[in-house]
Design a protein. Structure first.
Length: 173
């Protein structure tokens, strides 16, 4: 759960008290207010995967929020948030975890690394996310995330399905 700050401020929130944001991370209630990380929930998924509360997601949302604000301040048009999850790691106690890669459509795929080895791989992944975030503070724009075009792809696919419902659906890459 998230602290009820956004709800108390009169902003639109979900059942977890996360501020509802558009693809540019602006509050759907007040476009002058931005939300990032675990405190925000996009009303549209940025591609294929549903947004999860995680350090990885928060880092991407923070960088994207900065990109949007920078675009607005320089008179450019911001781009919608879009990214892909590459893997998922779930802690299962103090010394156990499961780690697995994800397909482009957000499905788990082998190999599944479990137990103490899964815990070590999970710790390495978390350490990478933290270090990438710290490096980003010193060298803005250095960290790039995969799947930046997925939102636009999903929008085009959605429009195609509405326009031509009998066409086969292709998975996004």
């Amino acid at each position: 759960m998230v602290l009820p700050l956004a709800r108390d401020a009169g902003l639109a929130v979900n059942d977890r008290d996360q501020m509802l944001v558009d693809p540019f991370l602006r509050s759907v209630s007040y476009q002058e207010i931005y939300g990032i990380g675990d405190a925000a929930s996009p009303v549209e998924d940025p591609g294929v995967a549903h947004v999860r509360m995680s350090a990885f997601t928060a880092g991407i949302m923070g960088a994207h929020g900065a990109d949007c604000l920078s675009a607005i301040l320089t008179g450019s048009t911001p781009k919608p948030i879009s990214f892909a999850y590459l893997a998922q790691a779930i802690a299962l106690g103090q010394h156990h975890a499961i780690f697995f890669s994800l397909s482009p459509d957000d499905r788990s795929r082998p190999p599944y690394i479990t137990g103490w080895l899964g815990s070590l791989v999970r710790a390495a992944a978390v350490n990478f996310v933290v270090k990438a975030t710290l490096v980003q503070r010193r060298f803005p724009g250095l960290f790039m995330w995969l799947g930046k075009g997925r939102y636009e792809q999903a929008q085009r696919l959605s429009l195609s399905k509405e326009e031509y419902p009998s066409l086969p659906v292709h998975h996004l890459s």
